[in-house]
Design a protein around this ligand. Structure first.
Ligand code: 5RP
Length: 230
């Protein structure tokens, strides 16, 4: 569905506002050895721009995608390999959907695997989103699944058995060299259970449900102002 121009502009303002709030949150908590995890997508891109304003105070970052690493480096912000980080203090990233328990669907930009790895390592996971991402039940946004290319048909058949409608993301290759199947038409009433079941299909690398490790905090941009949910 095409959004009217005015609503897209409002949404961008909300994305900028939550990105700024997250940058302020990070800035207040920086230590000499802090490593900041940085997400992927348009909301995360605003966050990266705000990080640039205090780049000299940031010891290091880890990036959830090649694109994010490129943007950070362009601002002269230090990017290190996750394996070189003893811990990640705060990870900030957007989401495609969030429910009241801060379970998320992520991966609209295809970076779900690296995002999930950083979320798993991070001491604190701060999600930033505009209010259009808030839902009661996850699944209206197609759920991305990263798949080893030779397993595409097998994984697709298994997803159908689970009640989903997998659609191949044509022409898209992840940073890890894999493909994405987006699961349409699934009302996800038990996100943790579905996350586990999808992970058990041979050939699945990761799925975009972040329920077993949800966000710790959601900075939500609403027309009435910024709300922080935990
Ligand atoms: C990328 C993601 C993004 O966080 C998600 O798609 C939200 O993107 P945007 O901030 O552009 O709305 O998971 O893989």
């Amino acid at each position: 569905m095409t959004q009217p121009q005015a609503s897209i502009m409002d949404q961008n303002e909300l994305k900028k506002a939550v990105a700024k709030a997250a940058a302020d949150y990070v800035k207040e908590r920086l230590h000499s050895d802090s490593v900041i995890g940085v997400g992927t997508g348009s909301t995360a891109n605003y966050f990266i721009e705000y990080l640039g304003e205090f780049r000299d105070d940031i010891p290091a970052t880890v990036a959830s995608s090649e694109e994010t690493a490129r943007r950070l480096k362009a601002l002269n912000i230090e990017v290190i390999d996750l394996n070189a980080a003893s811990e990640v203090s705060i990870y900030v990233d957007g989401a495609d959907e969030t429910n009241p328990y801060l379970h998320l669907i992520k991966g609209g930009g295809g970076a779900l695997t690296r995002e999930k790895i950083i979320a798993a390592v991070a001491r604190e996971f701060v999600c930033i989103a505009d209010e259009s991402k808030q839902v009661d039940i996850l699944g209206e946004f197609p759920l991305p699944v990263e798949v080893i290319p030779m397993a595409r048909s097998h994984v697709g058949r298994e997803i159908v058995k689970l009640g989903g409608d997998p659609v191949y993301r044509d022409g898209f290759v992840t940073d890890n060299g894999n493909i994405i199947l987006d699961i349409h038409h699934m009302s996800i009433v038990d996100p943790r259970e579905l996350e586990t079941k999808l992970n058990q299909i041979t050939g699945v690398v990761t799925n975009g449900l972040f329920a077993i490790r949800p966000a710790d905090q959601l900075i939500l941009g609403t027309k009435g102002g910024i709300k922080t949910l935990t």
